[in-house]
Design a protein around this ligand. Structure first.
Ligand SMILES: [Mg+2]
Length: 369
């Protein structure tokens, strides 16, 4: 089987709840999402999606990833898509950056591989270890009454895992987190994500203001791995890393520094082939894993579910199901049930129905010269 062409599309994956907020004044009402279709000489085609979270979240941007895709695409025409690791090696030799572009190519190849053998990708990753997976929701920056209402709305939907955005004024953030924690049942998994905005001093102030009676995990409190690890050592709070983990070396350094959890975003690490290896390393080191991506909607959700379903359930914190908080849906996918969990499909490949091309804007087409 050979890759014969790649077509790139775009659409805006809009946030369902107005404006999405992160520390440092980063806001968004949605992101342009990059969708690709890889066609093969067998008639099978694979689809994948990723939307970078603006240009100020990771060393990645929508326009940069499009440029990377235009450069990488011609190098994989003619290759066998059923060998995603071999295609990844070709892409890594060709370019150091372009992780999200590499990720959508890798994911579309996994979609083709699954379809070619009639199996869901999670079976090819080791099997479905969990029949239903906890989806998490995000509560952003807001005045306390608004944040509590948003929290209650998510609880009403059945959500059992909540990420609370922090990372601005540590005292204000601590008050809001305390107020939210008080209205949450003990059974709800809750953690605070500063998206790397605090320095060590601010993170320590937050932890002291939060108090000894509340224990939550803290995600990426500071920019660097070493500062995050120091926050864990000084406060005793479990630390999750996100933005600063790219490679296996980062995972092993994090574990050695006492970090207990990692958020694995498929597009940050270059795709499912690499995310799977990092996931297996993290689980092997007894760390907790969150399966996530930067932004997207239906296909991103289905892709995340492949990695989450094949993760040991007792080490999976939660999975990001973007289709629960962005729109429009460009394909049918599983949705969160009333118990806050999602059941992966047994569809071959990455687990979504036919892509509705009508809502997509065609960007460019890559074919043999
Ligand atoms: Mg995060």
């Amino acid at each position: 089987m050979r890759i014969t062409s790649i077509t790139a599309f775009s659409y805006k994956a809009k946030y369902n709840h107005g404006v999405y907020t992160m520390s440092g004044g980063r806001t968004s009402d949605g992101q342009p999402s990059l969708v690709i279709q890889i066609r093969t000489d067998s008639g099978i085609s694979g689809w994948a999606e990723n939307a970078p979270l603006g240009s100020d979240y990771l060393p990645s941007s929508y326009t940069g990833e499009i440029a990377a895709l235009k450069e990488l695409g011609p190098k994989i025409i003619g290759l066998d898509p059923r060998a995603p690791a071999a295609i990844g090696a070709v892409m890594d030799r060709a370019m150091m950056s372009g992780m999200a572009a590499k990720s959508v190519i890798d994911l579309a190849c996994w979609d083709i591989l699954g379809k070619s053998v009639g199996l869901p990708t999670h079976v090819l990753l080791g099997g479905c270890l969990s029949q239903e997976l906890p989806a998490f929701a995000v509560v952003g920056f807001a005045e306390i009454p608004t944040a509590i209402q948003k929290t209650k709305d998510e609880l009403d939907k059945g959500v059992t895992a909540l990420q609370l955005k922090v990372g601005d004024d540590p005292l204000v953030d601590a008050s809001r987190v305390r107020a939210i924690r008080e209205v949450l049942p003990e059974s709800v998994e809750v953690w605070a994500d500063a998206n790397g905005s605090w320095n060590l001093e601010q993170a320590l102030i937050f932890a002291r203001a939060l108090g000894q009676d509340i224990t939550i995990a803290l995600e990426q409190p500071c920019r660097s791995l070493s500062d995050c690890a120091e926050v864990g050592r000084r406060t005793g709070l479990p630390i999750i890393l996100d933005e600063c983990v790219f490679t296996m070396a980062d995972i092993t350094t994090a574990h050695a520094a006492g970090i207990t959890g990692v958020n694995i975003k498929l597009s940050r690490v270059g795709g499912l082939t690499k995310a799977r290896i990092l996931r297996d390393a993290a689980v092997g080191l007894e760390m907790m894993v969150t399966v996530d991506d930067t932004w997207g909607c239906a296909l991103t959700t289905a892709q995340n579910l492949q990695l989450a379903a094949s993760t040991r359930p007792d080490r999976l914190r939660a999975v990001d199901c973007f289709a629960e908080w962005t729109n429009p849906l460009i394909a049918e996918i599983p949705r969160m049930r009333a118990n806050g969990r999602i059941v992966p499909t047994s569809l071959p490949g990455n687990g979504f129905g036919a892509v509705n091309v009508e809502v997509l804007e065609p960007l460019f087409h890559i074919h043999p010269e």
